[in-house]
Design a protein around this ligand. Structure first.
Ligand SMILES: [Fe+2]
Length: 497
């Protein structure tokens, strides 16, 4: 191709044309006349010679004779288009073979020229062809830009690293029709590139081993690597099944390489300058999304640690309910599985369960005494969900867990506390926690009473479904605990609880 430096599109003046005819006089005439129009011309006197030229050079347009001794123009056209369907082919033919020329057009030729030809007619056909190619390229470019824009919008709201990498690879695969793609990220510890994600085209099985050291040193400074044909051997370790095209793009964020995107093509594929530019833009945005998702992951990790610290502080204070938060979390997650909650909702549920009683820290009363609480102490105890909410409110990143912490003592019939919500007004997370919390309270020893048996506790949940608890959650818990017990039996594990 001969793309314009700024737009990536071919211009009418810079098109590169290959003329193929076994009669040297024809190639000479065409080269001279078309060359005068400002186009770059090369010629070949046979199909195989033309293919050899195409190995090392890209052309926008090929004018080929139909009848040639070594390879017919039709065969040559098919081979050329199978490698690069963007090449425009114009067939030349004598009057007697017009039928074959029409056949060639059905198979992808743009037009045909009848011999003997008038040069003005040839120039006109070539101009029309290049103009059409420019418009087609522009159309493709607009479509690519639109897809890229949509991908960027997706990446803005994608926080999981693996999801970011999958989306980027999927996009690159569709845009450049690659056979194999991989993303390597720089390990923060060793600084080495490590394979993070790989994608192969459907039905594609070849496995080229990239010379990572070479690719790494070529892209370290921020420059890209593009290699076609025989020179590709330098960058591939295996000798058999060599790819024909390799494009390696550094993923740069704030002038620092965070990884490399590798794109491989087989069976004569070549990557164009337009594709390289498109993937370069993609690489820059990918690097930013990778850094963002890593920061989010670090923050999440910190949140997990803070939650575990708060939960253990609570356990240390409330010695009669040791292990309660962990067990409530376990039951809540089992219910979440039956309800098929998403990954993120399960994580929020887990955090809320671990901290559901965090507000007890703010209760100024001895809630660990041996006897049952007095009426006054019970009133103080009932303040713990609100204390929990107040403790968490200044921590923005913990806001998603507040509904669970604040409302886990609400009742389905509206007689709960602290707000008195009823039915579906109570957030799902809080309805789940209410069931998990009550089941564990019933099946655990308390200072003032012995633990109830599993069956008795389940009966109690059933009895209170529709008054204290959401019946759907009680049913989900029953299903969850049955599944879990069956699974534990299958694994000959201990039966919980
Ligand atoms: Fe509670």
């Amino acid at each position: 191709m001969a793309p314009d430096d700024t737009t990536g599109l071919i211009s009418l003046d810079k098109a590169r044309i290959l003329v193929v005819d076994d009669e040297a006089v024809i190639t000479e005439i065409l080269s001279d006349f078309l060359g005068m129009e400002g186009w770059e011309l090369e010629s070949a006197t046979s199909g195989p010679a033309a293919l050899e030229k195409l190995e090392s050079t890209s052309f926008d347009l090929m004018i080929s004779d139909l009848k040639m001794p070594l390879m017919s123009g039709l065969e040559l056209m098919e081979k050329v288009l199978s490698k690069d369907e963007g090449v425009i082919v114009i067939i030349m033919t004598a009057f007697g073979t017009v039928e074959t020329a029409i056949e060639a057009m059905k198979k992808g030729a743009f037009d045909y020229i009848l011999k003997p030809f008038k040069m003005e007619e040839v120039v006109q056909i070539v101009r029309r062809a290049i103009d059409m190619k420019r418009l087609a390229d522009e159309n493709i470019r607009l479509k690519s830009t639109l897809s890229l824009y949509r991908l960027f919008e997706d990446l803005d709201v994608t926080i999981s690293l693996n999801e970011v990498l999958d989306r980027v690879l999927d996009f690159a695969m569709r845009q450049v029709d690659a056979d194999e793609l991989s993303i390597y990220l720089q390990s923060p510890e060793s600084g080495e590139l490590e394979l993070k994600r790989q994608l192969r085209a459907e039905g594609f099985s070849a496995d080229a081993s990239i010379d990572l050291e070479r690719v790494s040193s070529e892209t370290e400074s921020g420059s890209f690597l593009i290699s076609h044909g025989a020179e590709i051997q330098e960058f591939i370790k295996s000798n058999d099944n060599l790819p024909d095209a390799l494009l390696s793009l550094p993923l740069i964020y704030q002038s620092k390489r965070v990884g490399v995107l590798n794109v491989l093509g087989y069976e004569g594929k070549r990557f164009t300058e337009g594709q390289r530019k498109l993937l370069s833009i993609l690489s820059g945005r990918t690097a930013m999304s990778i850094i963002n998702s890593q920061l989010v992951e670090e923050l999440r990790d910190t949140v997990r640690k803070i939650i575990l610290s708060l939960a253990s502080a609570l356990e240390a204070m409330d010695r009669y309910t040791a292990g309660h938060s962990d067990r409530v979390t376990h039951y809540a997650l089992l219910i979440g599985q039956v309800l098929e909650l998403g990954e993120l909702d399960q994580e929020i549920l887990q955090q809320a369960a671990l901290m559901h009683d965090i507000g007890k820290i703010g209760c100024h009363a001895n809630l660990n005494k041996k006897d049952e609480l007095t009426a006054k102490e019970y009133e103080i105890f009932k303040e713990h969900p609100t204390h929990g909410k107040n403790i968490l409110e200044p921590l923005t990143f913990l806001h998603p867990v507040i509904p669970g912490v604040h409302l886990h003592h609400e009742r389905w019939d509206g007689k709960g506390y602290p707000v008195g919500l009823s039915g579906n007004e109570i957030p799902l997370m809080a309805r789940i926690l209410a069931v998990a919390d009550s089941y564990d309270a019933m099946t655990s020893n308390r200072a003032y009473r012995k633990a109830l048996a599993h069956k008795v506790a389940m009966e109690e949940l059933k009895r209170c479904a529709g008054t204290q608890f959401d019946p759907a959650i009680v049913a989900a818990f029953r299903e969850a605990i049955e599944n879990h017990r069956k699974e534990a039996l299958r694994r000959k594990d201990s039966i919980p609880p």
